[in-house]
Design a binder for this molecule. Structure first.
Ligand SMILES: C[S@@+](CC[C@H](N)C(=O)[O-])C[C@H]1O[C@@H](n2cnc3c(N)ncnc32)[C@H](O)[C@@H]1O
Length: 231
């Protein structure tokens, strides 16, 4: 039985390097990543098969993606979380559940995507409760912004989807505005462009927290279109 504290980064802080170690893909910030060559999702050192790939950004302690990966062995999942204390919880749960269809990326999601993820290589993207940065002057830190939206469009296969769940009304409005401003995304829902998330979708630490406070959980879904097909 593994515990989160059993994950020791393979290098001391001053020697830290990007590495894939026991299904944890460590991409430390503020250092050069060019020493790591991404082998491709199908490579023996990665998923070692050609099943579809789904990415969850901002996985937190991973309860949502662990459940998904258990229920969908026909899919390969990549959980992306930038905090070490949270990524190692996902890592411990993944090993304890014996999941072969999950890899944890300990990384900042936008930079990892831009640097490594190939065009049209992912079929679904999920972001559950991204930090809302509610103060106007902090809104620039939100992960969902026009440059990241363009990156998500680039890595998705045709008809691939982005699903975003939030309890935050202001962030919901901004997500809808920015996703629909991209010529290559259409909403799966008519106006007001979200649905209330049902229990079948799965739950997470923040989902349970916000539901216990009586908040409405909004689920947004956008489908990739070839840019010339969107009228
Ligand atoms: C509000 S929590 C939600 C966690 C989880 N999805 C849930 O529903 O319980 C947001 C998480 O996103 C992570 N995060 C924020 N920005 C990120 C980024 N740019 N790349 C990767 N992780 C990020 C934070 O460290 C935090 O764990």
């Amino acid at each position: 039985m593994k515990k989160a504290k059993d994950l020791h980064l393979p290098f001391a802080w001053e020697d830290r390097q990007p590495v894939l170690h026991e299904r944890l893909w460590y991409l430390p910030g503020k250092i050069d990543w060019s020493t790591f060559s991404f082998p491709g999702f199908q490579a023996p050192s990665f998923f070692a098969n050609s099943k579809p790939v789904h990415i969850e950004y901002c996985s937190g302690n991973g309860s949502w993606i662990i459940d998904r990966a258990k229920r969908h062995p026909e899919i390969n999942f990549l959980a992306v979380e930038q905090r070490f204390d949270r990524a190692r919880k996902i890592w411990a749960k993944m090993h304890n559940a014996g999941l072969q269809n999950l890899i944890v990326a300990l990384a900042e999601g936008h930079a990892m995507t831009k640097t490594f993820i190939p065009d049209s290589s992912v079929t679904q993207i999920y972001i559950n409760f991204p930090d809302p940065w509610p103060k106007r002057r902090h809104a620039k830190y939100r992960i969902i912004n026009p440059t990241f939206i363009a990156e998500m469009h680039r890595i998705l296969a045709d008809n691939g989807t982005v699903t975003i769940v939030t309890d935050d009304a202001d962030y919901s409005t901004s997500i809808i505005k920015e996703m629909l401003a991209h010529a290559g995304f259409l909403s799966a829902f008519d106006a007001p462009y979200f649905a209330e998330a049902s229990s079948e979708y799965g739950t997470s630490y923040f989902d349970e927290l916000f539901r216990s406070k009586g908040k409405i959980i909004k689920l947004h879904q956008f489908r990739k279109q070839s840019i010339d097909k969107k009228s």
